[in-house]
Design a protein around this ligand. Structure first.
Ligand SMILES: [Zn+2]
Length: 117
């Protein structure tokens, strides 16, 4: 199923194809701070519709994962994972017309993975 997604100020809009089954919440150093439920999707199921110039990239540690956020409103939109480069995570809260409270997130112990190279 296709879902329209956006950051808060709507500068960034994208579309994902997902059954919204693979929902996760992670406790690594960055995820614990942004505290978002994420849906994990295959990279090819992500399509940026607008706002490429509003996306800012944040990287740290091994600089493999790519964390994107809107530089106007500061909202985390999506990231490319370090553990599997065919996958990416999308902020569940950015998906229009769903209630993130109604989704259970599996907990990922990313804290352990953060400092391993
Ligand atoms: Zn924004």
């Amino acid at each position: 199923m296709k879902h329209k997604c956006s950051c808060h100020c709507k500068s960034v809009e994208f579309e994902i194809e997902s059954d919204l089954e693979n929902i996760r919440q992670c406790n690594c150093s960055i995820c614990i701070r942004r505290n978002a439920k994420m849906v994990i999707i295959a990279k090819e199921n992500f399509k940026l519709l607008k706002g490429e110039d509003h996306l800012s990239l944040y990287q740290f540690n091994t600089n493999v994962a790519k964390h994107f956020f809107c530089k106007k409103c500061g909202i985390y939109t999506h990231h490319n994972t370090r553990s599997d480069e065919t996958k990416m995570g999308v902020n569940l809260g950015c998906i229009d017309e769903i209630d993130p409270f109604s989704f259970e997130a599996a907990r990922v112990d990313g804290k352990k993975l953060t400092y391993t190279k």
